[in-house]
Design a binder for this molecule. Structure first.
Ligand SMILES: Nc1ncnc2c1ncn2[C@@H]1O[C@H](COP(=O)(O)OP(=O)(O)OP(=O)(O)O)[C@@H](O)[C@H]1O
Ligand SMILES: N[C@@H](CCO)C(=O)O
Length: 322
């Protein structure tokens, strides 16, 4: 971060921008644990003013993500001890919202990074990304999407006695991801509300076995491990009935050569995991089957995004310089 602010007669202004990835979470047994960044992006801009008013708003472009973006930017400013800065946020978003692709997690990460960067630019003290994790989890309610969006790559979020520990999970380059989502949204809150209080002992006992296989399979590209690992008993059985054609589409993807197929996050997007060169075909298979049962929102192959989002200083200006 090179820009610094000088007070002058008109409030100094800083324009920031950050591009944050979508994420698929859970991948079956990694419920509220695993988030994997994919190449659909939300770009958030911020006009920051050092006017002492502490007003955070959007320019009207954020739609359903407006509140989460404002709250996260505020939290970033507060963490950076600069709650008196004002921010005007704008969103350009290619992540389908309320489809289990981490749009709110991306908004949380973007807001926190922009707020913390604005604060740090004034104080010259940059906040560590890891200092934002607790706030991200609190804002989002679960760690997987927001943490992945903050750090990039595939991430496991573990709550320890001393706070959240974020672990990088290697994903073998032979593995590809195919997505398809219905036109109808499915809010995470609704998909969490259908989960049971308790599950049978056999289901609880099998899920960690599946998770161990999934993580080893992601690391090595071992097809048998991935196939064994992309199975869940804790959330998928209750959520699939909420999405017309989901069970049929997952079965079709498996029959077409996917190693496995499951819900992306809490749905309504479906994700098939297969050979990287077959991902476009698998996306078509998922999409065709969803379309047979209702209106299709979209279908595409998606690539893992390893890079952490970086806040860019678009321009820095005080009254005299501009
Ligand atoms: N029907 C709705 N009307 C208004 N806002 C909504 C509606 N459904 C969801 N939202 C808001 O849209 C944002 C994104 O929704 P949500 O968190 O459910 O999905 P997501 O982040 O896209 O997917 P996921 O977290 O499952 O990966 C949230 O801030 C949520 O409050
Ligand atoms: N782990 C969260 C992700 C929300 O997309 C859930 O499954 O509810």
């Amino acid at each position: 971060m090179s820009a610094t602010w000088n007070r002058s007669t008109s409030p100094p202004r800083l324009d920031l921008s950050v591009r944050v990835p979508a994420s698929t979470s859970n991948l079956g047994p990694g419920f509220d644990l695993l988030g994997l960044c994919l190449d659909l992006f939300a770009t958030v801009t911020a006009e920051v003013r050092d006017d002492g008013l502490g007003r955070v708003e959007t320019d009207g472009s954020a739609g359903w993500l407006e509140n989460v973006l404002i709250e996260s930017a505020r939290a970033g400013l507060e963490l950076g001890a600069a709650p008196d800065l004002s921010m005007r946020l704008g969103l350009s978003n290619e992540i389908p919202v309320a489809r289990g692709l981490g749009s709110s997690g991306a908004a949380v990460a973007a807001g926190l990074l922009l707020g913390a960067t604005a604060a740090g630019t004034r104080s010259q003290a940059e906040l560590e990304r890891s200092a934002l994790v607790d706030a991200a989890v609190e804002l989002e309610g679960h760690p997987d999407n927001a943490v992945a969006a903050l750090f990039g790559g595939c991430r496991l979020s573990l709550r320890t006695a001393t706070g959240w520990r974020v672990v990088h999970q290697t994903v073998h380059p032979s593995i590809g991801f195919a997505l398809a989502w219905p036109e109808a949204p499915l809010a995470t809150a609704r998909a969490r509300a259908v989960l049971p209080e308790q599950v049978p002992f056999a289901a609880a006992a099998d899920n960690p076995r599946r998770l161990a296989a999934l993580l080893a399979g992601l690391c090595t590209g071992d097809v048998q491990l991935l196939t064994h690992g992309l199975v869940d008993h804790l959330h998928e059985p209750w959520r699939l009935p909420l999405i017309a054609g989901a069970a049929e589409a997952l079965a079709a993807a498996r029959a077409a050569g996917a190693f496995g197929a499951t819900l992306s996050g809490s749905g309504s997007t479906l994700v098939a995991v297969g050979p990287v060169d077959r991902a476009p075909h698998l996306a078509r298979v998922l999409g065709d089957e969803l379309a047979r049962h209702g209106a299709l929102g979209g279908a595409r192959a998606a690539a893992l995004v390893e890079d952490a989002p970086r806040v860019e200083v678009v321009r820095s200006r005080d009254g005299s310089a501009w």
